[in-house]
Design a protein around this ligand. Structure first.
Ligand SMILES: NC(=O)c1ccc[n+]([C@@H]2O[C@H](COP(=O)([O-])OP(=O)(O)OC[C@H]3O[C@@H](n4cnc5c(N)ncnc54)[C@H](OP(=O)(O)O)[C@@H]3O)[C@@H](O)[C@H]2O)c1
Length: 246
């Protein structure tokens, strides 16, 4: 199947490492071009080099900075003259229980995880070519709370409803909006979460193992691609069947 990604252009948030980088790799392997974002310039430069520099460029951008989305859009338009979609993704929220997490941590997480995603969606959707596509990276906490990750449990479900709402508002312009709900995919973030919570055993995953970033990358690339042209407003778990809820 041809995903129709050749020469299409995507912004990939948090594209220097982990899930974002895996999505960037899958997109570029199918012929797309990507603008990667992240806070660390050296890490971004390594990612761009690993992807083959004529298909990728990096923009140092923090999701808490209100100016970031405009800079990402400008990078895509200046370099390649079009923008077809975005993986709306950034670093994960802090670990902890709502009984202990201080207000300032909630405020900071709202700025980064929630408002950062809203801003990206607002600015990027206004600049998309015909048939554009947004995919939010959320979490299975949209469906079932994760012990020890109450900021995620609190903020991600709101972003899921926002995804549904945007799919309705943008559908008339032919723009698709979906969300991906990773369960446990092997990244630096998973190591951090496991070390700060009780962790989770892969025996609780019906497929019997943690997921690999490339497996997430292929699904996200399909969702973003023109091949998924009638998929919108969907919450798509990528969790090896771990989430026991629709
Ligand atoms: N991996 C999983 O199994 C899993 C499961 C559920 C949900 N998720 C969610 O999926 C997202 C990606 O997870 P991951 O595992 O890929 O994490 P990761 O390995 O820690 O990678 C995070 C990426 O985001 C960038 N980033 C972090 N904070 C940022 C900020 N404030 N502004 C811009 N970029 C930022 C990082 O680069 P810099 O540090 O250089 O900025 C890096 O490129 C997170 O929101 C996470 O909570 C992951």
């Amino acid at each position: 199947m041809d995903l129709g990604l050749a020469d299409r252009v995507y912004v990939v948030g948090g594209g220097s490492r982990g899930l974002g980088f895996a999505v960037a790799r899958a997109l570029t392997e199918e012929g797309a071009r990507v603008v990667l974002s992240g806070r660390n310039a050296a890490s971004l430069a390594s990612a761009v080099e690993a992807l083959n520099d004529h298909r990728a460029t990096g923009v140092v951008a923090d999701s808490v900075d209100p100016a970031s989305p405009e800079r990402l859009v400008a990078a895509a338009l200046d370099r390649w003259g079009r923008l077809d979609g975005a993986l709306v993704n950034s670093g994960g929220p802090p670990i902890g229980s709502a009984l202990d997490i201080p207000d300032d941590t909630w405020r900071g997480s709202f700025e980064s995880v929630f408002l950062g995603a809203v801003r990206n969606a607002r600015v990027i959707s206004a600049n998309l070519s015909e048939g554009g596509s947004l995919a939010f990276v959320l979490s299975t906490s949209v469906r079932v709370p994760i012990p020890g990750l109450d900021v995620s449990n609190g903020l991600r479900p709101g972003l899921a409803m926002l995804t549904k709402g945007l799919s309705v508002q943008l559908g008339g312009q032919g723009i698709r909006v979906n969300a991906l709900l990773p369960g446990r995919i092997r990244t630096e973030r998973t190591d951090l979460v496991d070390s700060g919570t009780a962790g989770s055993s892969s025996t609780a995953i019906p497929l019997g193992r943690i997921g690999e970033p490339a497996e997430f990358g292929r699904i996200a690339a399909f969702v973003l691609s023109p091949a998924a042209s009638y998929l919108s407003g969907a919450m798509i778990p990528v969790d090896g069947a771990a989430t026991q809820a629709y």
